[in-house]
Write a protein that binds this ligand. Structure first.
Ligand code: 13P
Ligand code: SF4
Length: 321
């Protein structure tokens, strides 16, 4: 009988027992800032320096004087931080943390779509790749899309990409007609209108609050529609004691933390799955965040030409919002 050689586990780097403490120490050592989106796991939110929606995180990324930006979010968010900070090291705990919505808009197909609509101004939702940003005139987020579209002269035709649900919502709010790229997010398209209505019947005291990436049948039932930060602020300002929350349930951690006396009920998905959780956001873990800081990798990099082309519409957004 042949004996297999024993694997030497003593060489594997050990994860520190107290990750919070180890991450704090690395933060000081690297002069790093940790930016986290509301859809991250609660322990990542708890270790972050700033938590916010896409606009707030972009503003933080634009104004930080840290040397290292650790982006606890998805790829397009970390890429946006790199567009704004070419000289800083931008880390993403898991490079596979993509975005189903951004993936609906491949650059070649979008270039052809743009060419088929000459004379149109291109407004792109920040949930897109740097290549799409580079083909856009203005970027927007869910918190400033209405404000930005309202500033465009009435006779200027507009392409809005990639989210058709946010696009439709902006059209309703502004009365503007826009050509929509037909993209959508797998998480927000998966909320069940029927189950939300059933929940509302069981909890008539609860207000329904929804992200504009949800489909029109869900948005129709909402008492309030807004970005993640706007939903959090609304839940604080409202006198209601219960809310049915139609967005990724990671936001409920902050809602509950800031208002322990209120009740937050996640809106249910169509199937009996955990698919109202964003599978991309949830790829990041506290452990991966620690190792990213320890190894200074995985790093976000961008060709300078793409970065400069993507920076222009980002700057227009920051000026207009
Ligand atoms: P917010 O800008 O509202 O945080 O949205 C980000 C996002 O990815 C929603 O799915
Ligand atoms: Fe993208 Fe949807 Fe995840 Fe937001 S929730 S990051 S839009 S896949």
């Amino acid at each position: 009988m042949t004996t297999l050689p024993l694997k030497d586990y003593t060489q594997a780097p050990a994860t520190p027992p107290d990750l919070f403490e180890a991450i704090q120490a690395l933060k000081t050592k690297l002069n790093a800032v940790i930016l986290a989106h509301y859809y991250q796991d609660p322990d990542i939110q708890d270790v972050a320096d700033y938590i916010g929606d896409s606009l707030e995180l972009s503003r933080r990324a634009a104004s930080t004087n840290a040397d290292v930006i650790v982006f606890a979010g998805v790829h397009f968010m970390a890429e946006t931080a790199k567009i704004l900070n070419p000289d800083k090291l931008v880390l993403l705990p898991d490079l596979n943390a993509g975005c189903s919505l951004a993936d609906t808009c491949p650059p070649d197909a979008f270039a052809a779509f743009k060419a088929a609509h000459p004379g149109h101004l291109v407004i792109s939702y920040i949930n897109c790749s740097a290549a799409i940003k580079a083909m856009s005139d203005i970027i927007c987020t869910s918190s400033n899309a209405v404000k930005i579209v309202s500033q465009i002269p009435a006779n200027q035709p507009i392409i809005f990409a990639p989210d058709r649900n946010l696009g439709r919502y902006v059209m309703e709010q502004t009365g503007r007609d826009m050509v929509l790229w037909q993209g959508a997010c797998i998480v927000h398209e998966n909320f069940s209108e029927k189950k939300i209505v059933q929940l509302k019947i069981a909890h008539p005291e609860a207000e329904i609050i929804a992200h504009p990436e949800c489909e029109p049948p869900v948005l129709r039932h909402a008492n309030y529609i807004g970005s993640t930060s706007a939903l959090l602020k609304y839940s604080q300002a409202s006198s209601s004691e219960a809310f049915i929350v139609a967005t990724e349930p990671g936001i409920i951690h902050q809602m509950q933390k800031q208002q322990p006396q209120k009740r937050f009920i996640p809106a249910p998905p169509i199937n009996n799955c955990a698919c109202n959780e964003c599978p991309f956001m949830r790829l990041n873990t506290l452990e991966k965040l620690y190792w990213a800081m320890k190894n200074r990798s995985p790093e976000i990099t961008l060709p300078e030409e793409t970065r400069l082309a993507a920076l222009r519409p980002m700057q227009r957004m920051l000026e207009m919002s």
